[in-house]
Ligand binder design. Structure first.
Ligand code: OSB
Ligand code: MG
Length: 357
């Protein structure tokens, strides 16, 4: 496959509802969409998941725009590739900037699946055709009960709740005990530290199936300590930026489960390596969300189709964050699940004019 053209398009949309985390309040979402066109006229799609400001990771929409346009595009344009795995090698001289790399790299994977005429989920070896949906409640205490009730009524059977060291434990217990059939995850986004370690242990009796990223991304010792002292499985998100981080996590027994995010890992190539390592070491995995549009979600759904990914990820429907998505058909949750598409590549058609403020 010859990479003939690489196009970028910025989009910007208001969120239907404010998204509150321990780190940042998000009201709108900017993203950069990538279209890669091959010599035979096929189009592959990618989406850059960096945020406008560096609150979740170091990258931003602006840093990615620069790196994608000025650094990565010249490395890839005009190349003849025999496998999408080669993109990681082409980009290897560029340090870091995983979200910028992933946005382009995943588009090449879509392109190759289309070239082979198979759905991306089949191209990477996926088997699950119905992906369990999962939603995030990021409302703060005021909206907690209402948002959980709404999620349950929409058929979600896995709900992730954003927590902080100040979260109301009794309120959480009360909310969770109302829904014995729903799986609840907690995500702290690194909101705890050495001094609030004791407060973290209080969450052990709330009823969460896992505790995501209680401490900062480099706090391997604190995570290992939490894993030892708590019965709730510890899950890492921000800490996992490469296969080396997973190796370290295993070595230090710092967590039981990881969140897979292709943006944070730099694309499909690194993510598939991480999946393999986790499988061999019995580390649990699920696919995380980034408040993203349909292109990124479609890639994530393909990832969640892999046999070793059994925990439900951050998969809400297209209308959860916005009134209109950039893909057709839009992603729908039916009976708590999302059905994968049978068309080649990501399986959805893309209209970038649809993502306007
Ligand atoms: O920490 O998992 C996170 C959203 C943006 C940035 C980081 C995170 C999140 C979420 C998932 O919690 C939201 C979603 O469903 O897209
Ligand atoms: Mg997280």
């Amino acid at each position: 496959v010859t990479i003939r053209e690489i196009r970028f398009q910025r989009i910007h949309k208001k969120l239907k509802k404010t998204f509150v985390t321990s780190l940042q309040t998000v009201n709108d979402r900017e993203a950069i969409m990538v279209t890669i066109i091959s010599d035979n006229g096929l189009e592959g799609f990618g989406e850059c998941v960096a945020f406008s400001t560096p609150w979740y990771t170091e990258e931003t929409v602006e840093s990615c725009a620069f790196v994608m346009e000025r650094v990565l595009k010249p490395l890839l344009q005009g190349r003849i590739l025999s496998s999408p795995h080669e993109v990681a090698t082409v980009f290897a001289p560029v340090k870091g900037n995983h979200m910028a790399k992933a946005a382009i790299e995943i588009a090449v994977w879509d392109l190759f699946a289309k070239y082979e005429g198979v759905p991306l989920w089949q191209y990477i070896g996926g088997i699950h055709k119905h992906i369990p949906a999962g939603v995030v409640v990021a409302a703060g205490a005021d909206g907690l009960l209402h948002d959980i009730e709404q999620a349950v009524s929409k058929g979600y059977s896995r709900i992730k709740i954003k927590i902080t060291a100040e979260s109301d434990i009794d309120l959480l217990k009360e909310a969770i005990s109302r829904y014995p059939d729903i799986m609840f995850f907690a995500d702290a986004n690194g909101g705890f530290n050495k001094d609030s370690f004791g407060q973290l242990t209080l969450f052990d009796d709330v009823g969460f199936s896992l505790m995501e990223q209680p401490f900062g991304k480099q706090e391997w010792d604190l995570h290992a300590q939490a894993k030892k002292q708590m019965k709730t499985p510890i899950c890492l998100d921000e800490s996992i930026t490469s296969i080396h981080d997973v190796e370290r996590m295993i070595e230090m027994q710092a967590a039981d489960i990881i969140v897979l995010k292709m943006g944070r890992l730099g694309g499909w190539h690194e993510t598939l390596k991480v999946v393999d390592l986790c499988r061999r070491n019995s580390i649990g995995m699920w696919v995380g969300g980034m408040i993203e549009f349909g292109i990124s979600k479609a890639h994530n759904l393909a990832l969640a189709s892999l046999p070793d990914i059994v925990l439900p990820g951050d998969f809400s429907d297209s209308r959860h964050f916005w009134n209109e998505d950039v893909i057709t058909p839009e992603i729908e949750v039916i009976d708590g699940k999302i059905e994968l598409q049978q068309q080649a590549g990501i399986g959805y058609s893309v209209d970038l004019n649809k993502a306007r403020l």
